[in-house]
Design a protein around this ligand. Structure first.
Ligand SMILES: Cc1ncc(COP(=O)(O)O)c(C=O)c1O
Length: 397
């Protein structure tokens, strides 16, 4: 049985623009002599359709096949390209949820999920009508097996209130949290998958930070990144319930990967006119991904720079007694300024920071369970980071 879509999702799938079939079959004297005759300036028209060029899909599959170690080889028919990861996640909201449905998320979480799920898929101006069902962890490590029990509890409680819960979104590696790491161990990912399978939920694994993982000597045993695509789903969950997002924010290229749910991808095609990546971004990304030596060098430099900036920032935090959670992925440090500036609200601390022209986000914006926590972005050139940390420390002293 195919992972079931919402009524809206089924409707969207039926609305796939029919002329996409034409765009996908353009004439080429060598590669497609029976195709429909191509006019000109291919890339500056609607290209191969609204969901990314053939070349980008092929090069992305090649890239993800080598970087994400999928259980079964990824092919272009398994994904749609969008103009950013938010659009890819939003496609899941459109296609998997109807008005009033809920998507589970552990606290704290990337705050834009609220609007990504709720704003346009909400469609009613008065209400964010695809909503997040937040899961509390208390003292439990969100990256542990025990955390899954918390989802079970939240689900039971939500159902007893009559909520219709359709999916769970995992941010893997996590933003904003670090807690002796930021990546989910394979055993925990499997536990999440089993939980979703038991309860008929879709899993959306947001893997935007897949490649921004580095070695942190303070936590030598922290797990590295493990894509949900790499897990053997046999006997665990129907694969048509498992979906992954990845992309490059600055290039405005994202993708929704679903290897066994054709209808979900068709639903995404149904609204693809509003998610088309720029053809220039498409071409640039394709050529970057095809340049193996650039890719290898870029990933290595990115990791080394993230590690340098992280170590610089955490050394400063330690020397000023600011508590933080160690991590080994993405570019955020979860810091506890509330522990240093006693008896202050997040607003007070934000006010002090703003006077120094520093903006870091308060945990409250990310659904944090405990007050006093802030999300510090450390992926800046070292001179900017140094100045920023200096001002932050001035403002809290
Ligand atoms: C976890 C997570 N998901 C999705 C996004 C959004 O990606 P995009 O800017 O490509 O829409 C971000 C951006 O910061 C993010 O941190």
């Amino acid at each position: 049985m195919q992972g079931e879509l919402s009524e809206r999702g089924k409707g969207l799938a039926a609305q796939r623009p029919s002329f996409l079939a034409v765009l996908s079959d353009l004439w080429s004297p060598t590669s497609n002599p029976d195709g429909i005759l191509q006019a000109n300036a291919h890339a500056l028209t609607y290209g191969d359709g609204f969901s990314g060029s053939h070349k980008l899909k092929e090069s992305l599959c090649r890239f993800m096949n080598s970087q994400f170690s999928p259980q079964s080889t990824l092919y272009p028919s398994h994904l749609v390209i969008t103009s950013g990861v938010s659009n890819a996640i939003e496609c899941c909201a459109w296609a998997l949820a109807d008005h009033g449905d809920f998507v589970m998320v552990g606290r704290p979480y990337f705050n834009a999920f609220r609007t990504t799920f709720g704003m346009r898929p909400g469609a009613r101006l008065t209400d964010f009508s695809v909503r997040l069902l937040e899961v509390d962890f208390g003292e439990i490590d969100p990256f542990s097996m025990a955390a899954v029990q918390q989802y079970e509890r939240a689900l039971t409680e939500g159902k007893s209130r009559g909520l219709r819960i359709k999916a769970l979104i995992l941010c893997s590696p996590h933003n904003p949290l670090g807690n002796l790491g930021r990546c989910y161990p394979e055993s925990v990912l499997k536990e999440y998958l089993k939980f979703c399978s038991r309860n008929g939920l879709h899993v959306i694994s947001d893997e935007i930070y897949a490649l921004s993982v580095w070695d942190n000597p303070c936590i030598p045993d922290a797990p590295g990144f493990r894509s949900i695509l790499s897990i053997n789903l046999e006997g665990i969950i129907d694969p048509s319930f498992v979906h992954t997002d990845f992309g490059a924010t600055g290039l405005r290229i994202g993708c929704l990967v679903s290897q066994s749910n054709k209808l979900l991808l068709e639903a995404a095609e149904g609204i693809s006119l509003y998610n088309i990546p720029s053809s220039l971004a498409d071409q640039i990304t394709t050529s970057l991904l095809l340049d193996d030596s650039f890719v290898t060098k870029y990933i290595a430099i990115n990791r080394a720079r993230l590690a340098d900036s992280y170590h610089f920032a955490t050394k400063t935090l330690r020397s000023h007694g600011i508590p933080y959670l160690e991590c080994n992925a993405a570019f955020f440090i979860w810091i506890n300024l509330g522990a240093v500036v006693k008896d202050s609200t997040a607003e007070d601390i934000l006010g002090r920071l703003r006077k120094e022209k520093i903006y870091i986000a308060a945990g409250e914006h990310y659904g944090a369970e405990e007050t006093g926590w802030f999300r510090l972005v450390f992926s800046h050139p070292l001179n900017v980071l140094e100045e920023g940390l200096k001002r932050m420390i001035q403002s809290i002293q």
